[in-house]
Design a binder for this molecule. Structure first.
Ligand SMILES: Nc1ncnc2c1ncn2[C@@H]1O[C@H](COP(=O)(O)OP(=O)(O)OP(=O)(O)O)[C@@H](O)[C@H]1O
Ligand SMILES: [Mg+2]
Length: 461
């Protein structure tokens, strides 16, 4: 363990023993004997950053430890503070924790508790700092934040941070509307190239005849309409990030050109003779199944491996339903802020219904729906009735039709089907055989016989 620790206690004995314990563990230690000294030590600009933690006595000759803590917090010092309390001071210490101390220790100090508490405090402070950094990363740029607190989202943001720091090429996959473009932008912002350009090329939006010139530029006269030399996106992205969106929609010819440019680190303008060196980081995205496309022969395997050095999968909204309320509120607030109005709120039942809804278009569909709800609903509150029902059968509601398996006789297929039906009914009736029999229109003896035949065990009747 390392770090510099400040001890603030008026008892020389405590300063000495505590200082010794910490020094033995490899910490650097400084001590002061009064609240005033602690404040002057920590409140000078930049000084607090030199320390990793503060041990603070509650009973100081010149000040109350609590007041010192308050002044530190007011001064923007976020250092973890461990309060040391004498006998009978525990209440004050608890109060200190409420005021933002990390923990308290009672005198006489136990070596073990001191070290354990300090280690935890430092760990928590680290996490906190990391979270802050993450928050900065995702929230900078207003509308570009990747919102969400679900485990899937936290992992995504973590992936983005890690991949962002590197120069590796990243392939972002995920269903339509999940936020792939946001991820690409976040990658750029968190990379050492953040100050460089972020340039996007969309493989689905640009006609095949134009894409090469769009990517690599052209020289004057190289084709009809090329009236002057033009830089392509690849060159424009020099020193920054080139986002190849919808890469799965690019033709084999374009794929070959991209592969070539990646391999060579150089590009040639359409109709041009000289090659131009570029320094770009490629981030690609697609909602297609590239692996399947490789099998079908429509996507180049060698390009895939070049692009997917770091693969990042963006979860669909159904994998993180718990984020729906947060997203819905965010979209409603953003829309109303733009219109300069007080945001409409959702009643809890509305958020619940929204969270259970099916969003094939993921976050984009949710966003569109929320904007529609905000515009269409009359009152200041959006209610459950305002939320439209899912249309058509959901994937779960659709009956599972299983075709006959190869080599299966009709009798075998019927048995397999019967077994599935019985199992499902049993599950619905929570294992109660009598009710299951009733539900299936069988008598109990018959059901028992079938259960034995199919080797289905039940523990309740
Ligand atoms: N985690 C999120 N937090 C806030 N907004 C989000 C989030 N994810 C997506 N959005 C919003 O949803 C919309 C769709 O996101 P984006 O365009 O990045 O999706 P995409 O995966 O690129 O979709 P497509 O495959 O259709 O191109 C955007 O308006 C974006 O701002
Ligand atoms: Mg997109």
């Amino acid at each position: 363990m390392s770090g510099r620790i400040l001890i603030c206690d008026d008892e020389p004995g405590i300063r000495k023993t505590l200082g010794q314990i910490l020094a033995d563990e490899g910490y650097e230690v400084e001590s002061v004997a009064s609240g005033e000294e602690a404040l002057s030590r920590l409140l000078t600009p930049g000084a607090a950053a030199l320390f990793s933690a503060l041990f603070l006595d509650v009973w100081l000759p010149d000040a109350d430890g609590l007041a010192v803590l308050e002044k530190l917090r007011a001064g923007g010092v976020s250092l973890p503070v461990i309060v040391i309390s004498g006998h009978g001071n525990v209440e004050t210490a608890v109060h200190a924790v409420k005021k933002g101390a990390y923990d308290f220790l009672e005198k006489p100090l136990s070596l073990e508790r001191v070290l354990l508490t300090l280690e935890k405090a430092l760990e928590v402070a680290d996490l906190f700092r990391e979270r802050e950094a993450l928050r900065q990363l995702v929230s900078r740029g207003g509308d570009e934040s990747l919102l969400g607190e679900s485990p899937a989202m936290v992992k995504l943001v973590e992936d983005v941070r890690r991949a962002g720091a590197s120069e590796s090429r990243v392939l972002i996959t995920g269903e339509s509307g999940t936020g792939k473009e946001l991820v690409a932008r976040a990658l750029h912002r968190s990379s050492p190239r953040a100050k460089g350009p972020f340039v996007e090329v969309n493989g689905a939006a640009i006609p095949e005849e134009l894409i090469e010139s769009e990517l690599f530029g052209h020289v004057k006269g190289s084709f009809t309409g090329a009236t002057e030399d033009r830089k392509g996106k690849w060159e424009q992205a020099d020193g920054g990030t080139l986002f190849l969106d919808e890469i799965g929609d690019m033709s084999p010819k374009t794929q070959a050109k991209i592969l070539r440019a990646i391999q060579d680190g150089r590009i040639t303008r359409v109709g041009g003779a000289r090659t131009i060196a570029t320094d770009v980081r490629i981030v690609a995205a697609t909602n297609r199944d590239l692996v399947k496309m490789i099998e079908d022969g429509t996507f180049r395997e060698d390009l895939y491996y070049r692009l997917a050095v770091v693969p990042i999968r963006v979860p669909s909204l159904s994998e993180r339903r718990e984020d729906v309320p947060l997203l819905a509120r965010h979209f409603a607030e953003r829309l109303e802020a733009r219109r300069g109005r007080r945001p409409k709120t959702f009643e809890p039942a509305a958020l619940e219904k929204l969270s259970a809804k099916r969003f094939r278009g993921n976050v984009r569909e949710l966003q569109n729906l929320v904007e529609r709800l905000v515009l269409m609903s009359d009152g200041p509150v959006i209610t459950a009735e305002d939320i439209p029902e899912d249309e058509g059968p959901g994937p779960k509601a659709r009956p599972q039709l299983q075709e006959i398996l190869p080599g299966q006789t009709l009798a075998e297929a019927r048995e397999a089907f019967e077994k599935r039906v019985i199992l499902q009914a049993l599950q619905e009736q929570k294992g109660n055989v009598s009710r299951t029999a009733e539900r299936l229109g069988l008598d109990r003896t018959t059901l028992h016989r079938k259960l034995r035949t199919y080797g289905i065990e039940t523990d309740r009747d």
